[in-house]
Design a protein around this ligand. Structure first.
Ligand SMILES: Cc1cc2nc3c(=O)[nH]c(=O)nc-3n(C[C@H](O)[C@H](O)[C@H](O)COP(=O)(O)OP(=O)(O)OC[C@H]3O[C@@H](n4cnc5c(N)ncnc54)[C@H](O)[C@@H]3O)c2cc1C
Length: 426
C-alpha cells in the first residue's frame, strides 16, 4: 500500500491534522489509520470536551482561543451538531490564592481575555449550593481547606461533545477525498537509509535515516510523510526509533452524578444562558465539576499530580475509592448537596503530560511529523494544532490559525521551542 501522507491515530489531533493537510494538498492522497474500529476511541472520546481560553501562556491562549472560534464556525456555519455550550469556567480562589494569581489575571485581561471577578456575595447569589465560608471544623483543618474569597469567571469557555467533534472532522476530511482505515494497528515505523542499498543493518550511521511509512497488521504502508498522532501511545512507535515523544501518560478519571439533590446546580443565576453550573474549579487539589445540561447530570474530576504514577495503560479504569476516599471529602465541604451521593457512572483515560511546560509538541524527523503531548487540553487546541502540522508539512515558518492570527511553527518544536510555562493547569 502507498499514500502520500499517512496519519497514525484518528483522535482529535490526527483527524484535525489529516483534514488540514488534505485541504492544503488536494492532489495528495492522505490516509488515516487507527487500531480501533472508529474515530476518537483512544482518549478523545473519554475526554470531558471542555474548552477555555483562560491560559497564562500566550501560546496556549492562541491555540485554544482560535480553536474555540473554529468550533463555533463548525457548529454554526458547517452545520455540525457538536453540542457546543458556553457555560463558562469558574475558578474559585481563597484569599491567598487570589493574591498569587492576580498578576496572571491582569496579564490575561491585557491580552483581551474576557474575565469577570465575583466576590463572595455574588458567588453565593449565583450558586446558592456553594459554601464559601468553610468555618474551622476539624476536617477542614485536617485537609487544609480554605474558604472561597473570589471567583474568576471566564465566559469564552464551556464544553462540547468530543465524540461528535472527531466525527465532524472525519466527515469533512472524507468529503475532501481523504481515506480512513480502521482496525489497522501500526506495529512499527519503517526507518530506511538513504541512499538505500538493500543491505542488512541499514540505516548505517553515514546514511540519512528516513521514516518511509509504517508496518501494520495489514501490511506495510509506504508514505512520503508519516504523521504520528497516536496520543499517549506515540511513545510505543517513537521509542524504538530513538525519537522522544516528550510526554508521559497519566491517568485521569471522571465521575458522573444524577440526583434530585443536585437540581440546584442546574439553576445557577447570572453566569450563562443555560442557568447551569459552569466548569467550576475548587480552591483545593484541582477538584473540578460541571453541569452536563444535555443529560441533566454533573461530572466530577481532579487533576491530581504527585502520587499518581506515569504508566501507559490500554484500558485504564476509574477507581471507586478514589472518589470515596479522596474527592468526596473535598467536594462535600464546598457543595454539601453531594452528601452521601455515589456516582452513577465513571471512566478513566490518560493525559499525555509534558511536564516541562505543559504545552503540546509538533516536531519532525526526516519523513515524519509528530504531534502530541497535549497535556490534557488536546480537544480545545485541536484545530490550531492541525493547522500547525499542515504548515510544518508545507515547510512554512508560520501557520495561519482560524481567524487569521499567525503562529510560529518552530515554537512548538524541540530545537527552537518558545513556550512559556503554563500555570492555569487542570
Ligand atoms: C478523563 C479525561 C478528560 C479530558 N478532558 C479534556 C477536556 O476537557 N478538554 C480537553 O481539551 N482535553 C481533555 N482531555 C485530553 C484530551 O482527551 C486529549 O488531549 C486528546 O484526546 C488528545 O488527542 P489525540 O488525538 O492526541 O489522542 P487520542 O484521542 O488518544 O488518539 C490517538 C489515537 O491513536 C490510535 N493509536 C495509538 N497507537 C496506535 C497504533 N499503534 N496503531 C494505530 N492506531 C494507534 C489510538 O487508537 C487513538 O485513537 C481529557 C483526557 C482525559 C483522559
Amino acid at each position: 500500500m502507498k499514500c502520500d501522507i499517512l496519519v497514525i491515530g484518528a483522535g482529535a489531533l490526527g483527524l484535525s491534522a489529516a483534514y488540514h493537510l488534505k485541504r492544503g494538498n488536494p492532489e495528495k492522497s492522505v490516509l488515516v489509520v487507527d487500531r480501533h474500529g472508529g474515530p476518537g476511541q483512544g482518549n478523545s472520546a473519554k475526554s470531558e470536551g471542555a474548552f477555555r481560553n483562560t491560559f497564562t501562556s500566550e501560546t496556549n491562549y492562541l491555540l485554544a482561543d482560535s480553536t474555540i472560534d473554529w468550533f463555533t464556525h463548525m457548529q454554526e456555519d458547517l452545520g455540525h451538531d457538536i453540542k457546543l455550550g458556553f457555560l463558562g469556567y469558574l475558578w474559585l480562589f481563597s484569599e491567598e490564592q487570589h493574591r498569587r494569581v492576580t498578576p496572571a489575571i491582569r496579564r490575561m485581561m491585557e491580552r483581551g481575555v474576557e474575565l469577570r471577578e465575583l466576590g463572595k456575595e455574588e458567588l453565593q447569589d449565583a450558586i446558592p449550593d456553594l459554601v464559601t465560608d468553610l468555618g474551622d471544623d476539624e476536617e477542614v483543618e485536617l485537609m487544609g481547606l480554605e474558604s472561597v474569597e473570589t471567583g474568576l469567571f471566564c465566559p469564552k469557555s464551556g464544553s462540547l461533545d468530543a465524540d461528535a467533534l472527531v466525527r465532524s472532522y472525519e466527515e469533512e476530511f472524507l468529503k475532501l477525498g481523504g481515506e480512513v482505515s480502521y482496525g489497522t494497528e501500526v506495529q512499527r515505523l519503517v526507518l530506511k537509509g538513504e541512499p538505500e542499498l538493500g543491505i542488512p543493518g541499514e540505516p548505517f550511521v553515514w546514511q540519512e535515516a528516513r521514516i518511509t511509512g509504517a508496518e501494520t497488521g495489514k501490511g506495510e504502508i509506504e508514505a512520503e510523510t508519516t504523521i504520528v498522532a497516536a496520543g499517549v501511545w506515540s511513545e510505543t512507535l517513537l521509542d524504538p526509533i530513538g525519537v522522544d515523544a516528550m510526554m508521559r501518560p497519566k491517568k485521569r478519571q471522571l465521575f458522573v452524578f444524577k440526583d434530585p439533590k443536585l437540581e440546584g446546580l442546574m439553576d445557577v443565576k447570572g453566569l450563562n444562558e443555560e442557568g447551569a453550573l459552569p466548569l467550576t474549579v475548587l480552591p483545593k487539589s484541582a477538584v473540578f465539576l460541571k453541569a452536563e445540561v444535555t443529560e441533566g447530570s454533573v461530572w466530577l474530576g481532579c487533576a491530581d499530580d504527585i502520587g499518581r504514577p506515569f504508566d501507559l495503560e490500554d484500558d485504564p479504569q476509574a477507581e471507586e475509592d478514589y472518589y470515596t476516599d479522596s474527592l468526596y471529602h473535598v467536594l462535600v465541604k464546598y457543595f454539601p448537596c453531594f452528601a452521601d451521593l455515589r456516582p452513577m457512572n465513571s471512566w478513566a483515560g490518560q493525559y499525555a503530560v509534558n511536564s516541562l511546560d505543559g504545552a503540546p509538541v509538533v516536531s519532525g524527523e526526516p519523513g515524519m511529523i509528530y504531534v502530541g503531548a497535549a497535556s490534557g487540553s488536546g480537544i480545545m487546541k485541536c484545530d490550531a494544532l492541525g493547522r500547525i502540522v499542515a504548515a510544518f508539512h508545507a515547510g512554512e515558518e508560520e501557520a495561519e490559525l482560524y481567524g487569521g492570527r499567525r503562529f510560529r511553527v518552530a515554537d512548538l518544536g524541540v530545537a527552537d521551542r518558545r513556550v512559556e510555562r503554563e500555570t492555569f493547569i487542570i
